[in-house]
Design a protein around this ligand. Sequence first.
Ligand SMILES: [Cu+2]
Length: 623
Amino acid sequence: MFGFCSRPRNVAGTHAARRTGHCLSKASLLVLALGLSGRALATDLAHDWCPRPPSGRVVAEPEDLRSQNGVLRVDLTLHDFREKDGSVRDCYLLHDGSQSPTLRLHPGDLLILHLTDRLVGYETAVGGANVLPGQRAPGAGAPAPAMNMTMHMQPASSDPCTRGAMSAAATNIHFHGLTVPPVCHEDDVLKTSILPGDPPFEYRFRIPTNEAPGLYWYHPHIHGFSEAAVLGGASGALIIEGIERANPAVAGLPERVLIIRDQDLINPKAPPSKSEPVVPKLFIDHDGDSANNGTGFGLPAKDLSVNFVPVPYPDYPPARIMMRPGERQLWRVLNASAITYLNLAVLFRGAPQQLGIVGIDGVPLHYGGSPAPPIVWVDHIGLPPAGRAEFIVDGPPLGVPALLVTRTVDTGPGGENDPNRTLASIIARSDASEPQSVLPSHPKPLPPPTQPWLGDVQPVRVRKLYFSEKLQNPHDPTSAVEFYLTVDGQTPKPFDPNSPMPNIVVKQGEVEDWIIENRSPELHDFHIHQLHFELVAWNGVPVHEPFLRDTVNVPYYSSRMLTYPSVRLRMDFRDPNTVGTFLFHCHLLDHEDAGMMGTIRVEPAAAAAPAPPNDTKRNHVRR
Ligand SMILES: [Cu+2]
């Protein structure tokens, strides 16, 4: 009998008890769930559902799926596959076998997405602290060939909308960055839980007519299992068309979607490349990942890939991006990593080039009345996990060696190691094929905003929240770490998915300032669902960065500091689509899975009539 009621790892060395159903044999459950005979089951498990390109390949773009006559219909199946080394890949598959399509819709379009869960639910934990990715914990034993999984099944008749089952075989979708209501079949992840054996689950919503044009994304958001799914590759881009309407400077440009993902190390035991200038001492953090060593070199916490072309440690063989010499393109880059920070640069003969940022986190810089310039030229772009940047790149001249790289990020003494590394060679060739999508040449400008710029609105109140971490045994530095995101005045505790009480209650129509402190020795990556915010101060000092984001770094604390580092955010609850209960959390997904998350309930505006049904609530036109 398989150890079927085993629990998911929550943080290294700890386990969270989330038992939500009967504990049957894994094989019998899978047969029930998938309707497979024993022989078919074995075939299903052996099939490589999620093939990935080898390193060094030319970067292919994900398939574009475009709305037609205002509707985009998509059928996705989510599979997982475990390789011989025990690592697990996850993939959203189309019928044609292609993975992670880019969903392209216009504001006002209807998305009808049917999602079928075909996850086996391979166990994601190796258990025990101080375990390198790809290694087994001492005493954990060899992985079973294909059935070492964790799965908690609800009776098949239960409603995925209210099931709430969080298990390795469960899934749902978060449409990251979209301002669509947090309700079932739209963008709820608190209760929605789809299981193998369920009929295709329908997501159905209209893109708000006032949704900003830009790069969004989709990924599973099952509490306790987010990191494993996203590390496995369950993610894809979603583009709201019309960025050229907000910024005519990009009209007519070829556009290229680049998705940087992280994954468990392919060569975890390899020594650093001989070409590295230092050989840093290897430290392992509380999550079992390679810890920040402060040198910019050494074993990374995770490997990276570019549109699934892996760029593995230690030599980082670059993927290849082909461009016509000197061609100007719009690059739409998503950091779909679970825990890895990026600091992107484009180098010609080693010299950083100017990159023209036109959008961050799905929103054009100059949007919604923002006083920001439409383009900001920089020579590097920091991108936390889940962050997006859309920027203008000029291709290298013929014969000039060029690279897309990520530079090291100082994640703090408690953070993971995100060293310098190459991602891709950019190769100029006059016969290079064009990207598969080109922005329209003669855009109609967007209408002007109908409400004040967020930065000009006085907040009705200020709240303070803080990230903190605690050793389970303060006298044992090797004991597991607990992760909290706490509203000041409340008691720090991990996120409780069964708590009926939200941590924060606001009214729709309000604007608040949130001061987010970091009381821990590592970077955290604040994200809130359903809305965007403006960064207004950094460590108490006002900043002039008048554009919108949905993710932001919160700098780390060291004991030499007199105060806790912080960011101050102007939070926008004016959109009626924010009404409902949803999440805010750290987007380092191991932290989120471990409980660094809270809930907010946005109530209908005080003077408003009774809440309209969802169909009329959607698509509130404010311009
Ligand atoms: Cu965090």
